[in-house]
Design a protein around this ligand. Structure first.
Ligand code: RIB
Length: 309
């Protein structure tokens, strides 16, 4: 029941302010902190906290941040033996968060940008015995494609978080079992905004036509929509006090993956995903906000969804 994550590892530098600055504007902030992040590492930490044996394959720099980032993975229970050090800086993300929990992020890849064929070779070994591979787009696209090919050869299910969004080659779509864009990523991929139910279903159908697999749209305050087997299932968002939406999408993908490796159906896994994403929004930071299994189970129970421990 193992999840493997192949992706980015960043240190997040987070500044909070009443509102986000417009271009050219300076806004006084009230809080600053650093915390481990990176879409790949966040997903790995969340999977481990949700109870799945989790391996991370990736790169950190040979700087002090690299030591800290690797320690954070280990502390969360992630097997990080396939995270290697690269000469140069670790990846960093400059994150601004406003008091309404909205954010902007600039990612500087650092060591993540050096991921390539030798990492894919180590991934092939890590995939032995795994059920799910989680991918995102903060590492070179050629490496993402090679990783998806390796997973297909190994019979491992691929969940792609197309973030940050960019146009993707047909081959990658065909190697993906489940694609999980948020609204803006879906708009980039399909060319129109999924801003009402008809447009959401049309976007999901368009993506399904490219992958042949399930499509999950992460809709933030509008919940999430699953499109699979010609059926759409829309779950509403869970009511939580939003503090910081950074990495909520990463917690969501981890919830989906962990429920699937435990043999749950896609609709049941969607509930796990929505609960994990909602819990992540209630806390500041990326990895510090990733929820535990007990928290997700409690939230599912509270919502009357029922769950499997
Ligand atoms: O998804 C959130 C993540 O995006 C942050 O942790 C930051 O590192 C960027 O990669």
């Amino acid at each position: 029941m193992t999840v493997v994550v192949f992706g980015s590892i960043n240190m997040d530098l987070v500044a909070r302010a009443p509102r986000l600055p417009a271009p050219g504007e300076t806004v006084p902030g009230h809080t600053f902190f650093t915390a481990p992040g990176g879409k790949g590492a966040n997903q790995a930490v969340a999977c481990a906290r949700l109870g799945a044996p989790t391996r991370m394959v990736g790169r950190v720099g040979d700087d002090a941040l690299g030591v800290e980032l690797r320690a954070a993975l280990r502390a969360a229970g992630v097997d990080e033996r396939e995270v290697v050090s690269t000469a140069g800086p670790s990846g960093v993300a400059l994150i601004a968060v406003d008091d309404g929990a909205r954010n902007t992020i600039i990612v500087v890849p650092g060591a993540n940008g050096a991921i390539g064929s030798s990492d894919v070779a180590r991934l092939e070994v890590a995939l032995r015995g795994a059920q799910v591979l989680l991918l995102q787009l903060e590492i070179p696209l050629e490496a993402v494609i090679a990783a998806a090919r390796a997973a297909r050869r190994a019979g491992v299910r691929v969940i792609l978080d197309p973030a940050p969004a960019c146009q993707l080659p047909a081959e990658l779509y065909q190697l993906v079992d489940i694609i999980t864009p948020n609204e803006s990523e879906a708009a980039t991929l399909v060319g129109f905004a999924p801003d009402d139910e008809a447009a959401r279903i049309a976007a999901a159908r368009a993506l399904h036509a490219r992958t042949g697999g399930a499509v999950v749209l992460k809709l933030g305050e509008h919940g999430a929509l699953l499109f699979a087997d010609e059926q759409a299932l829309h779950l509403p968002a869970l009511p939580v006090r939003a503090v910081d939406s950074v990495a909520a999408g990463d917690a969501f993908n981890a919830g989906l993956a962990v429920a699937l490796v435990e043999g749950q159906s896609l609709p049941a896994a969607l509930r796990w995903a929505v609960a994990a994403g909602a819990l992540a929004v209630t806390r500041a930071g990326a990895q510090p906000a990733m929820p535990s299994r007990d928290e997700v189970l409690a939230m599912l129970k509270e919502q009357g969804y029922g769950s499997r421990a």
